[in-house]
Design a protein around this ligand. Structure first.
Ligand SMILES: Cc1cc2nc3c(=O)[nH]c(=O)nc-3n(C[C@H](O)[C@H](O)[C@H](O)COP(=O)(O)OP(=O)(O)OC[C@H]3O[C@@H](n4cnc5c(N)ncnc54)[C@H](O)[C@@H]3O)c2cc1C
Length: 698
């Protein structure tokens, strides 16, 4: 008999976001303007836990819903109780507010400990089940951090469970395919990526749920070690609206117009994508290398830059070349001249800021490499390109930590891509990616050499490993960054720290985050955003072999089956036609995509390749090797045609570098229409034959 502790979160309903939900000055969300709902993936996790309980024929197992939030978060607990939960626990306390993922995972883990002690009477046969991420944070960091705090195995991105031989075999999404795994011991943490069988509340149960008392705990009850703002290891320094998309988003009336658009776009070319946000900003220069020693143009916010500019001009006017020359009278003069823009304490801090010349963090800039089947993941190369840029401006080296078995041949490629030092951690037990074993290896290496920056690709593997490593070495982590820059906050004594910019609230806002209370600054970065450098085989570097003590005990999962795409696909083609779940079946995928590929290939006299969404692959419409997206291949053709594809973020990440995106979808509100250049509202069955006819005849 297993019990299930299901984590549910109350979030703003981001599907209903309108312009007036934002403060236009700051870009922050006005929470009261949006309804609060249960995080959709947590609702699916709840249904998944119920499915696990039912499918294992477990009458006695309890489902306990746990949430952390303000008193009104009680609503999501009642939602859970009215569906299938037996008990509900609300962790609420003002002291817990303003938390980042570390200060969220930590109290939740302590609350789980208390649930196990008080409610489950120390029975360790339980699962912690939760949605893979919440729509407001989108980080996917909290569950692996909880697993780390509780030393539990963690299986992330689960999409299915089968109860066999008295245990659950869990299917999960991995880079390039899918895998069936089971935790080697219980308890275990599971994050659910998809479960399409929602639960509904019966009337009598909903009434009971509304009358039942919630177990309420405050921070004193759980005695967590990291809570609220002070326990957090990152802080948000700026929130702003995302830049306007340069995609045209034009509806096309009919097949004739679409054919014209395709031919014109192919011949004219359209320039590159707009999804990459790691635009080159002013490249950072160390204070000691700046032409003018009072140059503070690398402050992290516009306000700080402006304040320093005003102060610098004043010092120039007063002929001051050394801040220690600014006496009391000089200070008064400056304060009068700036007319209250900053006060005495701020002036003092700014003057002290001028004295800083050394960077606040020390060490190399590192990438944690991802690889499988002897090949390095493309996102690792992109990150090395970014790391090179950061390390050059910080005047340090680029290191790559790579864990596995018989992986030394990878070093040459990593060095050619821009790395200086390769930290090789080789062990038979690291042959297959196991989150706990790889966490131990990487964390050990990081805490031996202490790089100042550690970057991971925001792939399913990186988003799992990074939170476990960062939590175990006591560092902050920012998820899914699309921009990374080095900047100062001289007034607060920080020089050369990493600013980490990422989309939040489903891409409705951007946030810039800085690491605090940490020896190393860590982030995962979105694949397809940073630029890979051209390989230079003449580059040289060092291989540093790092030994870690591992034993069979360190392996947390039993991997039962791995399915990866095999075969060759020419994703370098200029035109790629992809089919999604909207293609309905394999026959129609083959027939319609086949005819459009042939038609375009003849008309444009170019190679046209077939792609697919993950859902189409899972439905068996085509082979996995054709999958485009975050866990498939990232592509950058001249033209990408998406047929019956909704436009999920994980799919669109993979086509960000496309010049022209065209979509055909029967749903007039399909999200892809906001992310493409041209679209037709219509079924693929109607539209494609007409389009092919026009291509052939005109
Ligand atoms: C960790 C993780 C990684 C992932 N990685 C990837 C990835 O690499 N690539 C990827 O694609 N997805 C990935 N996904 C899945 C992704 O979230 C979406 O579930 C998936 O992209 C949806 O595929 P789809 O658009 O084909 O299906 P759906 O979202 O079901 O959309 C089908 C669309 O077809 C339209 N439609 C239906 N009938 C017709 C018709 N007759 N004619 C025209 N249109 C029609 C519908 O209106 C709908 O918009 C990942 C998910 C997770 C959690």
């Amino acid at each position: 008999m297993s019990d299930y502790i299901v984590l549910v979160k109350q979030v703003p309903d981001v599907t209903q976001i309108t312009d007036n939900a934002f403060d236009h000055e700051t870009g922050t969300l006005i929470r009261t303007r949006l309804a609060s709902v249960i995080n959709e993936l947590d609702a699916q996790a709840l249904a998944f836990a119920n499915y696990m309980k039912k499918t294992s024929n477990d009458q006695k197992g309890k489902i306990i819903a746990l949430t952390m939030g303000p008193p009104m978060a009680e609503d999501v607990l009642r939602y859970a109780l009215s569906r299938c939960a037996d008990t509900m626990v609300l962790l609420t306390d003002k002291a817990l507010g303003g938390a980042d993922t570390v200060a969220t995972a930590n109290p939740l883990a302590f609350a789980i400990r208390k649930i196990v002690k008080d409610i489950l009477k120390c029975d360790n046969d339980y699962y912690v089940v939760t949605g893979m991420q919440s729509v407001d944070g989108d980080t996917a960091q909290v569950p692996p951090q909880i697993a780390e705090e509780l030393s539990l195995p963690c299986i992330a991105y689960v999409t299915g469970a089968e109860f066999k031989n008295s245990r659950f075999e869990l299917t999960r999404i991995i880079s390039g395919g899918s895998q069936v795994a089971t935790p080697r011991k219980l308890p275990a943490v599971i994050t659910v990526a998809r479960h399409e069988y929602p639960l509904f509340a019966a009337f009598a149960r909903a009434r009971w749920a509304n009358k039942t008392e919630v177990i309420q705990w405050g921070s004193a009850d759980i005695k967590a070690t990291h809570i609220g703002v002070s326990g957090s290891k990152t802080s948000v320094i700026r929130v702003f609206p995302p830049g306007k998309s340069t995609r045209k988003r034009q509806q096309v009336a009919n097949a004739q117009s679409l054919a014209k658009v395709l031919v014109d776009s192919f011949t004219a070319g359209n320039g590159k994508s707009d999804l990459s946000t790691d635009a080159q900003t002013l490249r950072y220069i160390l204070p000691k290398k700046r032409a003018y020693k009072f140059d503070r143009s690398f402050e992290g916010t516009k306000k700080e830059q402006k304040d320093y500019e005003i102060l610098t001009n004043k010092l120039k006017e007063l002929g001051i070349t050394d801040v220690s020359q600014v006496d009391e009278a000089g200070r008064e003069k400056i304060l009068t001249a700036v007319e209250g823009r900053f006060h005495k304490k701020a002036l003092e801090d700014m003057l002290n800021g001028f004295k800083l010349t050394e960077t606040s963090f020390k060490g190399e800039v590192w990438i944690v490499a991802e690889h499988s089947g002897g090949a390095v993941h493309p996102a690792t190369f992109e990150l090395i390109g970014k790391a090179r840029d950061l390390a050059d401006s910080l005047e340090t080296r680029v290191g790559v930590a790579v864990a596995g078995y018989e992986i030394e041949p990878l070093a040459k490629e990593l060095i050619a891509a821009g790395a200086d030092n390769i930290y090789l951690i080789e062990d038979k037990l690291l042959k297959v990616f196991d989150p706990a074993a790889h966490r131990k290896a990487i964390a050990d290496c990081v805490s031996t050499y202490w790089p100042q920056i550690v970057l991971y690709a925001a792939t399913p593997q990186g988003r799992m490993l990074a939170p476990m490593v960062s939590y175990s070495v006591g560092c902050g982590l920012t998820a899914d960054c699309t921009g990374l820059d080095i900047r100062d906050n001289s007034r607060n004594g920080l020089v050369g720290s990493l600013l980490q910019t990422r989309p939040a609230l489903g891409g409705n806002v951007m946030a810039t985050i800085r690491t605090k209370n940490s020896r190393s600054q860590m982030a995962t970065a979105r694949p397809g955003v940073m630029k890979r450098l051209p390989s230079d085989n003449s580059r040289t570097g060092n291989i540093i072999k790092h030994k870690v003590q591992l034993s069979d005990e360190d392996i947390s999962l039993e991997i039962l089956k791995t399915e990866l795409g095999t075969g060759e696909v020419s994703f370098g083609a200029d035109v790629i036609v992809s089919g999604g779940k909207g293609m309905q079946n394999r026959d129609s995928y083959e027939r319609l995509i086949g005819m459009l590929c042939d038609g375009l290939s003849k008309k444009l006299d170019t190679q046209v390749e077939r792609g697919a969404s993950r859902a189409a692959v899972e439905q068996g419409f085509t082979e996995r090797v054709h999958q485009v997206g975050q866990t498939g291949t990232s592509i950058g053709p001249k033209i990408y045609i998406a047929l019956g594809i909704s436009g999920a973020i994980q799919h669109m990440i993979g086509v960000a570098n496309t010049e022209t995106i065209v979509a055909i979808n029967s749903d007039p509100n399909a999200p892809i229409f906001k992310q493409c250049d041209y679209y037709i509202v219509g079924t693929v069955e109607d539209t494609i034959p007409r389009l092919v006819q026009v291509l052939e005849t005109e």
